[in-house]
Design a protein around this ligand. Structure first.
Ligand SMILES: Nc1ncnc2c1ncn2[C@@H]1O[C@H](COP(=O)(O)OP(=O)(O)OP(=O)(O)O)[C@@H](O)[C@H]1O
Ligand SMILES: [Mg+2]
Length: 239
C-alpha cells in the first residue's frame, strides 16, 4: 500500500522577539524538515525548552512561522499554513486538522456534552446523533454522567483534559496534533486514550505528538523526530 503524505514541512524556522526585553531575539526552531504520512505517529523528541510545543503550534498555525513552509493535505490539495490567509486556516482546522493541547484553552460556559458534540454539529451531523456520539466518548473516558450537563470550568485537571480529548477525537480528523494528551491522566484513562489514538492511526490519520512518558511513547510512536535546540540554554546570573 502506498501511503499518502499528509504533512510536508520544509525549512521551518521560528524565532520570537521580546519587545518588553529591549527587542531580545530568540531563535527557537531552525531548518526543520518533517514529512508525515497517513498511518504514522511521529513523536517529537527533545529536551524541555527545545521547542516541541512551539513546533506543534506552528503546525496548527497558532504561531506564524518565521520562514519555511508547512503544507497540509486538505480537500484533495495542499495548503501552506505558513502563508495561508485566516479563512483558509479556519477551513483546514474545521475538517482536516485537530489539536489536543495540554489544557483546555478556553473554558466556555457551555455544558460539557454540548462542548464535545459541537464539532460534529458544525460539520452538519444531526443534533441527536452528535449527542449520542459525545455521550459514548464521555462514558468511554470515564466522565461521570452527573457532570455531562455541567460546564467543565470547575472540573479537575484530568477531567478537563479528557473533555479536551473527547472534543477533538469525536471528529475523524485526517491530521492530529497532540501535546501531552495523557499528562495528567490515571493509568486506566491513559490506556483508553492510547487506544483511541492508535485507532485513529489505524484508520489512516497522520499524527504528530509530544509524549514525555516513556510508556506512552512506546505504545504510540511509529517513529521519533528529534529536534536540536538552536541555542543551548545558558543561565546568566542577575547581579
Ligand atoms: N510566545 C512566546 N514568546 C516568547 N518565547 C516563547 C514563546 N513560546 C515559546 N517560547 C520559548 O521557546 C522555547 C521553547 O518553548 P516550548 O514550549 O516550545 O518548549 P518545549 O520543547 O515544548 O518544552 P517542554 O518540554 O518543557 O514543554 C522556550 O524557551 C520558550 O520560552
Ligand atoms: Mg511543551
Amino acid at each position: 500500500m502506498t501511503m499518502t503524505r499528509r504533512i510536508d514541512v520544509t525549512g521551518l524556522s521560528k524565532d520570537f522577539t521580546l519587545h518588553l526585553q529591549g527587542g531580545l531575539h530568540l531563535p527557537i526552531l531552525s531548518g526543520v524538515d518533517m514529512q508525515v504520512d497517513a498511518g504514522e505517529c511521529v513523536v517529537i523528541h527533545a529536551p524541555s525548552g527545545a521547542g516541541k510545543s512551539t513546533l506543534l503550534r506552528c503546525l496548527y498555525a497558532n504561531y506564524r512561522a518565521s520562514s519555511g513552509s508547512i503544507r497540509i493535505r486538505h480537500d484533495g490539495g495542499w495548503v501552506d499554513l505558513a502563508s495561508a490567509p485566516a479563512r483558509q486556516i479556519h477551513a483546514v482546522r474545521h475538517s482536516t486538522l485537530g489539536f489536543v493541547t495540554q489544557f483546555l484553552r478556553v473554558i466556555p460556559r457551555i455544558p460539557t456534552l454540548d462542548l464535545v458534540a459541537e464539532p460534529l454539529i458544525a460539520k452538519g451531523v444531526a443534533l441527536n446523533e452528535a449527542q449520542e456520539q459525545a455521550k459514548a466518548l464521555l462514558a468511554r473516558l470515564r466522565i461521570p454522567m452527573r457532570l455531562w450537563h455541567v460546564p467543565p470550568a470547575t472540573f479537575s485537571g484530568g477531567e478537563q483534559q479528557r473533555v479536551n480529548i473527547a472534543r477533538t477525537m469525536i471528529s475523524d480528523y485526517p491530521v492530529l496534533l497532540l501535546d501531552e494528551p495523557t499528562a495528567s491522566l490515571d493509568e486506566a484513562n491513559r490506556d483508553t486514550v492510547i487506544d483511541m489514538i492508535n485507532s485513529a492511526r489505524d484508520r489512516g490519520a497522520a499524527i504528530v505528538g509530544i509524549f514525555h512518558d516513556e510508556y506512552v511513547c512506546r505504545a504510540l510512536a511509529t517513529r521519533l523526530f528529534p529536534i536540536t535546540p538552536v541555542q543551548p540554554v545558558t543561565l546568566v546570573p542577575v547581579i
